[in-house]
Design a protein around this ligand. Structure first.
Ligand SMILES: Nc1ncnc2c1ncn2[C@@H]1O[C@H](COP(=O)(O)OP(=O)(O)OP(=O)(O)O)[C@@H](O)[C@H]1O
Ligand SMILES: [Mg+2]
Length: 235
């Protein structure tokens, strides 16, 4: 079953076009990576799918239903949950409050059970449940941001550069966690600059260059793609 289908999507800011003719699809259960360097339009894509930016043209179907022009709130209600770049926590609220805010619009009746699940997934957060979020380490803050997304019973979880700013060891742990969450059945759109580690956990990937999809395919095949190796891995 198709979770999301994007057809010929173009989007940007004012007269500036950032995304050109993007087509991609994600099937339920997959991890799909969208890869690209700084400024190619990854966050613009996430914000367009989430309804924060209106596309200039193209179609977005979520579980077969068009969501172009729908509000961000409606899109959240449908189950597309976006964990934004840079975490965007409420720094003066506790870990518990930040997590519980994740179920403000969706998942409210499952709040207690989902909180237990999130604390099982991220045991570190259980010890820090009453700590003020702004005083957590970067890795812990990323766990809260993902946990907040999980609190809303997502059907599709969009992660915008979850490895940004983490130490190499934490990056590895973060990718392992993302894979584990996917193995429990959650469909994930993973937007990343970290090509090697993303391809290691993804089923399929799309590479964006200058706002358009330049390369796409099975993650396993892309790991051996010479063009990709040359451009992104310096090999
Ligand atoms: N609100 C905005 N108004 C005008 N231009 C913007 C706005 N947000 C982003 N842009 C521009 O759109 C282009 C794509 O930005 P975007 O944030 O989508 O890139 P990205 O791939 O997420 O980059 P990074 O990896 O650094 O997060 C950039 O040239 C950026 O300057
Ligand atoms: Mg970005």
């Amino acid at each position: 079953m198709s979770m999301i289908t994007v057809k010929n999507l173009s989007a940007g800011y004012g007269f500036v076009n950032v995304l050109r003719d993007i087509s991609l699809d994600i099937t339920a259960g997959e991890i799909v990576a969208v890869l690209g360097s700084n400024g190619v339009g990854k966050t613009t894509l996430n914000n367009t799918l989430s309804g924060l930016i209106k596309p200039k043209s193209g179609e977005v179907l979520f579980e077969g239903k068009s969501i172009v022009g729908a509000s961000p709130e409606t899109i959240v209600d449908l189950g597309m949950i976006h964990v934004p770049e840079g975490r965007k926590l409420f720094p003066n609220l506790s870990v518990r409050d930040n997590l519980e805010l994740g179920s403000y619009r969706r998942g409210k009746s499952d709040r207690a059970a989902n909180l237990e699940d999130v604390l099982d997934t991220f045991p570190k957060l259980r010890d820090r449940i009453n700590q003020i979020a702004g005083t957590l380490s970067g890795g812990e803050q990323q766990m809260v941001a993902i946990g907040r997304g999980l609190m809303s019973n997502p059907k599709l979880l969009i992660l915008d550069e979850p490895s940004l700013g983490l130490s190499p060891l934490l990056v590895e742990q973060m990718f392992d966690l993302i894979k584990r969450i996917n193995e429990k059945g959650l469909t994930i759109l993973l937007v990343e600059q970290n090509v090697i580690q993303s391809l290691a956990i993804a089923d399929r990937a799309y590479v964006i260059e200058e706002g358009a999809i330049a390369i796409s395919g099975n993650a396993a095949d892309l790991q051996d793609n010479s063009e990709l190796k040359k451009s992104y891995l310096g090999l």
